[in-house]
Design a binder for this molecule. Structure first.
Ligand code: MN
Length: 261
């Protein structure tokens, strides 16, 4: 397994400092001794690489895409803000065709403003608009407090999404539906925006939103989704160590990584 540090924060606005997350998450990973099915988690079992990012988005996105395109092992990418998923997924698509995305996120990230093409609040819309991903192969889980225009866009493009409220009513059913859909894709990419978690579990992120998932609920999804044979890559984004409390958020991210050993 490869852990790819992507210390890039495109918009310093609400989540400045999230470029420091890869180091913080790796530090917490040292304290994860096993996955919950009791597989050893140990530095000898993974390699850490860093994508050659700078302050410049244009060159950084090329570097990130190139880095992912040449990998031959299961990678977990550590952001950085959600804009990096644009570049990561683009590189991923050079290796795998007909890829689908399962995204855990509070927000749809389909903001319409043209000034924000690659921002973390719109990266998904740009992937769809550029034809990088078929919207029929996108599932978003955990939405709450979304801009109605963004929801309208999801509906127009027929993107599947599940709100927190739907999850609360029946998490098992939602997971069954997601599994059934995702297992039919040629390859699967999972993106975890840590703000999908309730701020009680993950306070260290830029856009906190009450009423989210517990770490336990996210683990439930991850432990089931990781069984899918077509799963090829995962990213974890929007962790911000500067806003964290007692490393809770970095620890949650590290625990998710630990499940892949
Ligand atoms: Mn996001």
């Amino acid at each position: 397994m490869k852990l790819i540090k992507v210390p890039f924060c495109r918009n310093s606005g609400d989540n400045a400092g999230c470029e420091d997350a890869p180091a913080a998450i790796l530090e917490q990973l040292e304290l994860v001794y096993s996955s919950e099915d009791n597989h050893l988690v140990h530095p000898k079992l993974f390699r850490v690489e860093q994508a050659a990012v700078t302050d410049d988005w244009k060159s950084s996105k090329e570097q990130i895409s190139r880095h992912i395109a040449q990998l031959d092992e299961f990678p977990i990418a550590l952001g950085g803000d959600h804009s990096i998923t644009y570049a990561l997924f683009r590189g991923f698509c050079q290796r795998y065709r007909n890829a689908g995305l399962v995204i855990f996120d509070t927000h749809p990230d389909t903001y319409s403003g043209d000034d924000y093409l690659y921002e973390h609040g719109r990266y998904l819309r740009t992937l769809i608009e550029e034809g990088m991903v078929d919207p029929a192969r996108v599932i978003i889980i955990g939405i709450r407090n979304a801009d109605p225009d963004e929801i309208a866009y999801l509906k127009e493009k027929r993107v599947s999404f599940f709100t927190m409220r739907q999850l609360f009513m029946n998490i098992e059913n939602v997971c069954d539906t997601v599994m059934e859909k995702a297992r039919g894709w040629e390859s699967l990419y999972i993106s975890v925006d840590i703000d999908v978690l309730d701020p009680a579990f993950a306070p260290g992120t830029g856009c906190i939103e009450p009423g989210g998932m517990s770490t336990r609920e996210l683990l439930y999804f991850i432990q089931r989704l990781k069984l899918l044979k077509n799963l090829r890559m995962l990213d974890i984004v929007e962790v911000n160590p500067h806003k964290d409390v007692n490393n809770l958020t970095a620890k949650a991210a590290a625990k998710i990584i630990g499940e892949f050993f």
